[in-house]
Design a protein around this ligand. Structure first.
Ligand code: LMR
Length: 335
């Protein structure tokens, strides 16, 4: 008789778990979409006191789903309990920007949340914890987190731009009426905001360059870019709520590829700490094309960058520098 050795469960934190993304994400995690079909998980679901009831409701539903990979569910409003022993942290929690709020206001609110979460992760999470920030402004929240959780390797703190990457793949596939699985190697450069630059110049569709396949540079340089940049807003308009299913799905893609590696010949987009590659100011959390192997990402090097792309890459870097400046001013004031 073959003995089945069961792997030790991995503890996965989801902050802001009672929200729409948490609802979709916790089910995907329980089905093995985050870490694979043979990896048991213990979900740590954190939310704030006012969300206690829906948070507990989510736990009840997860129990009722009888998911074989889900060893345990800890639903809590206690930050220490939530962070203890986690080796994956998915940071969805944050203050959403209301119509009456300036970027600066939301930056201030989220700056203090991310500083607090950073300290808790630093104290209680596993030292090699992998972190992905989803809450906006995602890149700058990740930067704050990395500054205040200095014992967690900086390489382990990332932000989500896989959603934008998947949106770009989806648009190319729809334009060509081909399966999305035959499109690869688009790149999202920069900020997860409307200044991001979705770049198809090195992308492949059905085995040939995307530009050669689509044969419509005007569409690719204008409408396509705008659709991807504005997709988050289009979803909010359509649903009266921000994207949740697609966000959750792309979180799973982000972590799974990071942990298990990207397939040969494929790259994906991740918001990572810039090492100065492609002339992007060092230290910004900027979305790059990356490949992953053995649990580490590395930036794809040597892609030729034309003048049009250069300009767009610099614009989104400039916005990130402004966000970093705002965050620093706020955090300085709050000391
Ligand atoms: C998204 O990309 O769907 C969200 O970041 C949009 C938003 O502003 O909440």
């Amino acid at each position: 008789k073959r003995s089945r050795t069961r792997k030790e469960p991995v503890r996965v934190l989801i902050t802001g778990a009672a929200g729409q993304i948490g609802y979709a994400l916790s089910s995907l995690v329980g089905h093995g979409e985050l870490l694979g079909k043979s990896q048991p998980v213990i979900l740590h679901l954190l939310d704030i006191g006012t969300a206690t009831e829906p948070l507990n409701g989510l736990k009840l539903e997860l129990v009722d789903s009888a998911l074989p990979l889900l060893t345990d569910v800890i639903a809590t409003t206690n930050l220490t309990e939530a962070c203890t022993g986690v080796s994956i942290a998915i940071m969805v929690g944050g203050y959403p920007r209301k119509t009456s709020m300036e970027r600066k206001d939301v930056m201030a609110m989220n700056g203090s949340i991310y500083k607090m979460h950073a300290s808790a992760l630093e104290k209680y999470a596993c030292k090699d914890c992998k972190v992905v920030v989803v809450a906006n402004p995602a890149n700058t929240n990740a930067l704050i987190l990395s500054e205040f959780a200095s014992s967690i390797p900086r390489k382990n703190i990332t932000c989500l731009t896989r959603l934008d990457h998947n949106r770009a793949l989806g648009q190319v596939a729809a334009k060509l009426a081909i399966p999305v699985s035959t499109v690869k190697n688009v790149t999202i450069w920069g900020n997860h905001s409307s200044t991001q630059y979705p770049d198809v110049n090195h992308g492949i569709a059905n085995g040939i360059g995307i530009r050669d396949a689509i044969k419509d540079d005007d569409w690719l340089d204008n409408e396509f870019v705008t659709i991807v940049q504005q997709r988050g807003a289009a979803i909010i308009k359509a649903r009266n709520m921000s994207s949740a299913l697609s966000a959750a799905s792309s979180v799973c893609d982000h972590i799974r590829d990071w942990v298990h590696g990207t397939p040969p010949g494929h790259w994906v987009s991740m918001g990572v700490l810039s090492d100065g590659s492609y002339g992007v100011p060092e230290g910004l959390c900027y979305s790059f094309p990356v490949t992953c192997q053995n649990g580490d990402w590395s930036i794809v090097q040597g892609l030729p960058i034309d003048a049009r792309s250069r300009h767009k890459m610099d614009d989104t870097a400039r916005e990130l520098e402004e966000e970093r400046q705002l965050a620093r001013e706020f955090l300085q004031d709050s000391k």
